[in-house]
Design a protein around this ligand. Structure first.
Ligand SMILES: Nc1ccn([C@@H]2O[C@H](COP(=O)(O)O)[C@@H](O)[C@H]2O)c(=O)n1
Length: 256
């Protein structure tokens, strides 16, 4: 019953990128294997389902799974591709007469409120700086380096001896930031490119080669890469370390 479902596996622009005619974007527009909505996941449990992040594809993501409502969303950071759907979620709360529960670190809540000041009309915004329990999961978040884009949060979730982490937006983590990623059954890690050529100072997310080094150190039970840009063709065999796979929309994994 405890399952992780990938609702979106794309980077900030999704795939296809609106301006782009590369092979991956073209494939996404035709056969569609590489179509990627903005990154978010659904966690299903016996007691309560919840999402992590609420990007601008939130509505489409619910429609694709025939979901009519989601009461609880945990947010990693206040960037557009992770919070762009919040006003729409709040409107859905309004029209269904529900109050949504948005969980995030206080500094993330503060940024969200600067952008979408009307959300408290329909959402409770609840700080998670001291940890939180959702769907029976003990959840702890911590700040991670997001390169040129500042900081995001990663979350470690533990229940009944199963530990996993969601770290969609990070790069060049220091030892303190890596510590909570030890001893995981599953690591979900964001990797925008296979090998990103851009100058390091301009980057914000691990590429697969760097991420693979980290995975080689941490040795989680298994690893799934998400937050992938149009650089990545998920039909291609990149020869990644055993235990690493690439996420795709609707991918469903047991969390036990
Ligand atoms: N202060 C900021 C900075 C950037 N954004 C948006 O976040 C996305 C960043 O993309 P990554 O691949 O680095 O995660 C992009 O959509 C920017 O427009 C923001 O919302 N606030």
């Amino acid at each position: 019953m405890n399952r992780l479902i990938f609702l979106g596996t794309g980077d900030a622009m999704g795939v296809p990128r609106v301006y782009c005619d590369c092979l991956v974007c073209t494939e996404a527009r035709t056969t569609g294997t590489n179509v990627r909505l903005r990154s978010s996941v659904l966690i299903k449990s016996e007691t309560e389902d919840f999402m992590i992040d609420c990007g601008p594809d939130w509505r489409r993501q619910l429609e694709l799974r025939s979901l009519r409502f989601i009461p609880t969303i945990l947010v990693t950071h206040a960037h557009f591709d992770h919070i762009g759907g919040l006003p729409e979620w709040a409107d859905a709360c309004r029209w269904t007469g529900n109050r949504g529960r948005l969980y995030a670190p206080q500094e993330v809540i503060d940024t969200i409120l600067r952008q979408f000041s009307w959300l408290p009309g329909n959402l409770d915004l609840i700080p998670v700086d001291q940890g939180v329990q959702l769907g029976g999961w003990n959840i702890r978040g911590w700040r991670v380096n997001h390169g040129k884009n500042g900081y995001a949060y990663a979350y470690r979730l533990e229940k009944d001896g199963f530990s996993w982490a969601y770290c969609s937006d990070s790069i060049g983590l220091n030892e303190a930031e890596i510590l909570p990623l030890h001893n995981l059954n599953l690591l979900v890690l964001g990797t925008s490119f296979y090998h990103e050529e851009a100058e390091y100072a301009t980057r914000s997310v691990y590429d697969m080669l760097e991420a693979q080094e980290l995975v080689g150190r941490l040795k989680p039970g298994s690893t799934v890469f998400t937050h992938m840009s149009h650089d990545v063709d998920i039909t291609y065999n990149y020869g990644l370390l055993e235990g690493i796979s690439l996420a795709h929309t609707g991918m469903s994994l047991p969390l036990e």
